[in-house]
Design a protein around this ligand. Structure first.
Ligand code: S3P
Length: 175
């Protein structure tokens, strides 16, 4: 039987946390954010981790967390870091954890949302757009391939997005 978890994937700034919190309320599930869990476990921010230990260390931490969640998680809405599905091993683990939903947005929306953002090492600093555009293009087909459901979020309110996810997830858990 498929576990009762919903996993939100998508690019930085696509709304995984905002949507995830509301979705968890609506389903009476627990909301967790993988970045926040890693920060808690390792006692440092993601930015510090990138700076002090390197990106590969953070990616290993993501995989370890997913392994744990694939055994333990139940009744959870999980917002994942934007790079999580890129490792093939993670993609397999994500599907094991639960129903994977991709929150699709355009790069234009992402760029406007992340304009003044700090705390995301891959988006911080100069030439944000020049770095994010190719990263977005590379990741988009992977998000689409890993997701069981794709929800287009452009110009939709959080409530509408939550309703859409609730509908598809209810169908999925009936299977
Ligand atoms: C990352 C996205 C971030 C965080 C880290 C790396 C990425 O999470 O995991 O900074 O590779 O896209 P959000 O998608 O929640 O911003």
């Amino acid at each position: 039987m498929k576990k009762n978890n919903v996993i939100l994937i998508g690019f930085m700034g696509c709304g995984k946390s905002t949507v995830g919190k509301k979705l968890a309320d609506a389903l009476a599930y627990e909301f967790r954010d993988t970045d926040a869990m890693i920060e808690e476990d390792y006692g440092k921010t993601i930015s510090k981790m990138f700076e002090e230990d390197g990106e590969a260390y953070f990616r290993d931490a993501e995989t370890e967390l997913l392994k744990k969640l694939s055994v333990e998680a139940d009744g959870m809405v999980l917002a994942t870091g934007g790079g999580m599905p890129m490792r093939e091993e993670n993609a397999t683990l994500l599907k094991k954890v639960g129903t994977v939903v991709f929150l699709e947005t355009t790069i234009v929306t992402i760029l406007s949302r992340l304009q003044k953002d700090t705390g995301r090492p891959l988006a911080d600093g100069e030439d944000r757009e020049a770095r994010l555009r190719p990263l977005f293009a590379k990741r988009l087909p992977v998000y689409r391939a890993v997701a069981e459901y794709i929800v287009n979020t452009e110009e939709k309110s959080v409530d509408v997005i939550v309703e859409e996810i609730k509908t598809v997830v209810n169908d999925a858990t009936k299977k």
